[in-house]
Design a binder for this molecule. Sequence first.
Ligand SMILES: [Zn+2]
Ligand SMILES: [Zn+2]
Length: 384
Amino acid sequence: MTDKRPTIRQKGWFAVLIVLLLASTQVWAQWNAREEIRLPDLPGFLTLKCDFHMHTVFSDGQVWPPVRVEEAWREGLDAIAITDHIEYQPHSKDVSTDFTRSYELAAGRAKELNIILIRGAEITKGEPPGHFNALFLDDIAAVNKADYKEAVREAVRQGAFVFWNHPGWKQPGNRSVWYSQQDTLYRLGLLKGLEVVNSDTYYPEVFGWCLEKKLTVLGNSDVHAPIAMEYDVAHGQRRPITLVFAKKRDAESIREALAAGRTAVLWNGLLIGQEAFLRPLFERSIEVKTPEVRLKGKNPAYMQVYNASDVDYHLAAAGQVSGISFPDSVDLWAGRTVLLRLRASEAGLGDRKEVALPYVVRNALVKPGEGLHAELRVKVIFEE
Ligand SMILES: [Zn+2]
Ligand SMILES: [Zn+2]
C-alpha cells in the first residue's frame, strides 16, 4: 500500500497555489470596488453625485459607452449623462452615426449597476455661442439644426435642461465672455445652467453669473479618454462633479432639482455653490465631540471636532471672541477628529459661557473668492 499523504514538496506547492489564489481574488476585489463619496444629505434632499458631460467613440471620445457607466460606478457616482457631440462625429467611418447608440449601449450596464443614465447630447456650434449640453432629450436627431437658437429651442420643446459648456474655452486666460447669443437664450428662458467647472478649469466669473442670473451651477468632467488617463485616479485625483440635491434618487427628481437650481460643484477639494446648500452640507459634515470644555486658569483645553464627510475643510478664523483664544486656522480632515486648543485670554471670567468660534470655510465658496462663514459652537466652563 502506498502512502497517500502529501510530501513536504507537495505541501509547499499547495501553499504557493493558495497564496496565488488569495492574491488574485484580492486584486479582483480591488478592481470591482466602488469608492463611495461620503457627503451628508440636506434636510429633505438626497445629495446625488453626478457628471453630466462625457464622450464616447460615438463622437470624439475614446471609450465604448458601457465603460463610462463602470467608471462612474467605481468613483461613487449616482448619475451620468453621456453627451456625444451632435455636429462633430470624427469616427463616423467606423461607428454608427445614430445619435442614440451611445445611450442604448450603456443603458443595460447602467441598470445592472444602478447608475442613473440620462439621455443627452452636446449641441456643438462655433464660438460664439459655443457648446451646450441638453439633458433628458427624447429625440436627439431632431435637435440637429444649423441655427443654434432653433437647436436649443427644439431641445427645450422636448423638455430638456440646457446649459452652456466650458464658457471660457479658447478665450485668453480662460476668461468667459457673456455673448449676445447667450443673453438671447437666457432672456428666452431656454438657457438654465452654466458649467462653472469643466474638466480642470474653474471659471469664477461664471459662478458670479449663476448667482446673479439665477442659473444652475454645474461641474462636469467632459472626459474623452478613459477616466484614469485624464485624472490620476490611482493617487486619489477625481473628476469634477455636480452635487444634485434631489427629492429622490431617480432621473425625474434630478430633472426637477436641476430646474430648481439645487446643485453645487465639488472639484479638487473645493465646494462651489449657494450658501443655502453649502451651509447645511458643511454643518451636517461636522460634529463637535466635546460640547463642553473646562478652562482652568491659563491652562489650555481641547475641543474635538469630527468631520464625517470626504471633503477636507480648511478654516480660517474670521473674528475674535473676548475672553478666549482659539486657533487662527483649522484643517478639518475628512474622516478624522481634530483638536482645537483653547485658552482663556483674560483672567477671572468666572462663569459658564456659550461660545461661537467664528471661521470662514476657505474651500466652500459661496461667492467667487468668498468662503462660507460658519461657527463652531462649544460651551466653555471657566474654572478659577
Ligand atoms: Zn464642448
Ligand atoms: Zn464635450
